[in-house]
Design a protein around this ligand. Structure first.
Ligand code: CR6
Length: 797
């Protein structure tokens, strides 16, 4: 964008307010101010945005399209201002006319079109792609309702719809009706032989959906590059209105883009989800192929200009859909279409949990996407034929796409693509050795690792202005554009004034969070206590319950000896549970009742506080992460594919308390064993239990009086109002043999927690570790991660 002055900005800002809202600056609401500023930002980048689009076709740039059913950007105002390089200028200009930029920031609604880490990662990539100058665009769905809004009522999670989208639309998007495409579902299809011998698909009784794109700006950091996130919405095509005669028919169509499925760990088996997936994939690919066609290059070479990324299994229908478009719409023969499709597609696996690898009932699949069903059947048949006789038939039976009347979407993505990556070193190893090992026998060359990363500008400069200013003072401003310069801090680890400056920053951030807690929950938090934080989706494998068990132990210790010397602790939780996930909801109830129990018990002398912050989302994370002293990353080893909040905490100077799981291992490698606190079984120990079937939680419970006392607290009335939930949890731990090994890891966990309490007393040593963590956090930048994708997988830079 052109150089901007304060005066120019103020003039256009006021004029825009007049034009859009017929108000003067001093009468406008925060919402009006926010939308006006957003609109100006969009105007500033419009020419860069257009240029980007045009140069891709004109210069025939190879482009990557990141297909994801989730994106979780949170708020975009600050990121956009920062990346444009006008944050300070705009903040000052607004202040000159008595507008507080923070009020505008508050006025923006979080865009929560994702559940958790997977969607947030996609958004970090959307920030990093233009920043490294790579032509990489997103493709997703414009849900009218994002992830549910969580309220806590009587300790229980209540889910409310998240109506994030204002009636005028998001200020960051532009509707593109002229780029709309039709997507066909249902009906039947048969192949009619043509004179030239080709088979032409003839559709009958299909339903046609009108897919309308909304393009959302993705601004690179200080480089004039603006990429695109294309979100698809559904409309009723006028041309086909007779297909939808009743109101109920119409509503069903509108529902396709109504809401995000609030579950990131298992499929819910609803036809609507399948329709969503096909809708997004088909609309996106039709447009991509059409824009490639404008280059007038051979269709069978589309892989030279286009890369399509399948983020988790949801967009896996991209494989047969690209085949369909190439064959049915552009007349490419099967073998050529297949060869290029495999080179276009790549896939990221985000979990080892088998329930999250989507499988669709063949009957349902055939009913909703009959042509895709045919193509998948043919891909499967050819796959079996190709490998017959070359490998053990058992391997073929277990890796083929169609098995027992189910379509295995991960298998489709792996077979139909050229790259499969895990999201942390350990995770990729596990894919190779265990979860996908038979695919590794067939296609070893496809496997690679890309450890996740975070958009560091949001998680440092935006979320933690206090720390950022301190860093500027200590190591200069270079780190703001080159995050690896944080390593300059290595020279300052032990300097006491540096240590105390970081301490001051942390205390100020803790105070800010404490103020929020006071305002929202009316609980007073002592900021000299350790702020010990676990924020993430609620899931049994993430073991929030282990954290709870430790709190119970501390509570019992303090009750037994009120004079006990103990570093005061504030335990902070934030977590949404999938609405149908009973156990997870029970854990939320337990945490809230435990909080009520300890927070108002004056005999504990403020040594123990527990807070559950409702509606954990990106914005709340920006408040919580900079205020944490301890980052809890305590999943059962082998279960957390990567984790990304672990990286955010590290960058903000928290010490990680972790199992050797996911990216925790790489954090340990980055900071060294002395600067992270590791506990519990590693992946091999966990797998040894699986192999030997020798885990016995009851034996641990019977033989360890401390563990018995803690576990019994769930059912002996210690925690009020949790009779039902307490029994459910006790049963999971004892009667059902503690699937995630909490009991085995508990003792080490509690000991390492005690070590942390002691360490915190030694301020110098603590601060040196904190600074060491910040100094080494640069390697977890998503700019670097995405560079790996762009070079190794997509070949776009
Ligand atoms: N739940 C993983 O569990 C990983 C993210 C992003 C997850 C988590 O460890 O950091 O993906 N997996 O790769 C899925 O969503 C399936 C997640 O967010």
């Amino acid at each position: 964008m052109e150089q901007l002055t304060k005066e120019q900005f103020i003039k256009t800002f006021k004029a825009q307010l007049h034009t859009d809202y017929l108000v003067d600056n001093n009468e406008a609401t925060a919402e009006e101010h926010f939308r006006t500023l957003g609109k100006l930002i969009k105007q500033y980048v419009m020419s860069d945005w257009l240029r980007r689009r045009d140069e891709i076709v004109k210069e025939q740039k190879k482009t990557a399209y990141y297909f994801s059913i989730e994106f979780l950007p949170g708020k975009m105002l600050q990121t956009n201002l920062l990346n444009l390089g006008i944050y300070d200028l705009v903040a000052e200009a607004l202040a000159d006319i008595n507008v507080d930029i923070n009020v505008l920031v508050e006025a923006e609604r979080d865009m929560a079109l994702g559940n958790g880490g997977l969607g947030r990662l996609a958004s970090c990539f959307m920030d990093s792609l233009p920043t490294i100058g790579a032509p990489g665009f997103g493709n997703g769905i414009r849900y009218k309702y994002g992830l549910f809004k969580q309220r806590i009522v009587n300790g229980y999670q209540v889910e409310l719809p998240d109506a994030w989208l204002p009636s005028e639309g998001s200020v960051w998007e532009t509707k593109k009706p002229h780029s709309a495409v039709d997507v066909k579902i249902y009906g039947s299809v048969y192949l009619a032989p043509q004179e030239d011998g080709a088979l032409k698909p003839i559709y009958e009784n299909v339903k046609t959906l009108h897919a309308v794109p909304y393009d959302v700006i993705q601004i690179g950091f200080n480089n004039g590059v603006v990429n695109n996130l294309r979100l698809w919405d559904v409309e009723l095509p006028e041309k086909y209105e007779l297909d939808y005669q009743t109101l109920a028919d119409r509503r069903r169509v509108e529902d396709i883009t109504s809401f995000l499925y609030p579950d990131d760990s298992s499929r819910d088996g609803q036809a609507m989800r399948l329709i969503q997936e096909y809708f997004m994939v088909s609309a996106g690919l039709q447009t991509i192929v059409a824009s490639y066609a404008k280059m007038h290059l051979p269709m069978a070479k589309i892989h030279e200009k286009v890369a399509v990324h399948i983020n988790d299994t949801h967009p896996a229908m991209a494989v047969p859909e690209l085949m369909r478009i190439l064959m049915d719409d552009y007349g490419v023969k099967w073998d050529d279409a297949w060869a290029t499709t495999c080179k276009v597609m790549s896939y990221t696996n985000h979990t080892v949990l088998s329930e999250a690898l989507e499988k669709w009932d063949t009957g349902l699949f055939k009913e909703i996407v009959p042509r895709i069903h045919q193509i998948v059947g043919e891909i499967d048949r050819k796959f079996v034929k190709e490998w017959a006789g070359k490998v053990d038939t058992g391997i073929i039976d277990r890796t083929r796409i169609v098995q027992n009347n189910q379509i295995h979407m991960a298998n489709l993505a792996i077979i139909g693509g050229h790259s499969v990556n895990g999201v942390a070193k350990l995770h990729t190893e596990l894919l190779i050795e265990d979860v996908l090992k038979e695919f590794y026998v067939l296609f070893p060359e496809k496997f690679n690792n890309k450890t996740n990363g975070i958009a560091q500008r949001r998680w440092s400069q935006i979320a933690n202005p206090g720390m950022s200013a301190l860093l500027d003072d200590l190591i200069g401003k270079g780190w703001r554009s080159n995050i690896h310069e944080l390593s300059k801090l290595e020279a300052l680890l032990t300097e006491s004034d540096v240590q105390s400056s970081f301490y001051q920053v942390k205390q100020a951030n803790k105070q800010k969070l404490a103020d929020y807690v006071k305002k929202t929950l009316d609980i007073d938090l002592p900021i000299d206590a350790i702020f010990d934080v676990q924020v993430k989706r609620l899931h049994a494998y993430k073991r929030q319950l282990l954290n709870v068990m430790h709190i119970i132990k501390l509570y019992q210790d303090l009750k037994a000896d009120p004079g006990l010397e103990m570093t005061p602790r504030v335990f902070i939780f934030g977590a949404k549970a999938a609405p149908g996930y009973h156990f997870a909801k029970s854990v939320i109830k337990i945490i809230n009742e435990l909080a009520n129990l300890v927070n108002y018990d004056t005999s504990l002398n403020d040594k123990l506080k527990v807070v559950f912050l409702e509606n954990y989302n990106v914005s709340l994370a920006e408040l919580i992460v900079p205020a944490a002293d301890v980052s809890e990353q305590i999943s059962t080893a082998g279960k957390e594919a990567s984790g990304t909040s672990n990286m955010k905490f590290m960058m903000n100077g928290a010490l990680t308390l972790a199992t050797l799981d996911g990216a925790n291992i790489e954090i340990k490698d980055a900071v060294g064993e002395d600067n992270i606190v590791i506990f519990g079984m590693d992946k091999d120990a966990v797998y040894a239990h699986y192999d030997k079937h020798d885990y016995n939680s009851r034996a641990i419970y019977d033989s360890d009086p401390i563990i018995k006392r803690v576990v019994d607290a769930f059912i002996d009335g210690t925690i009020p109002n949790t009779h039902y939930e307490g029994h459910e949890i006790w049963d999971a731990l004892i009667s059902y043999n503690d699937e995630y090994f909490l009991l085995e890891d508990f003792t080490d966990y509690a000991e390492k927690q005690a070590y942390i309490s002691a360490l915190y007393q030694d301020k110098n040593s603590w601060q040196a570790k904190v600074i060491k963590n910040i100094a080494n956090s640069g390697r977890f930048s998503s700019d670097d991660t995405i560079e790996g994708y762009a070079k190794d997988i997509w070949g776009i830079i």
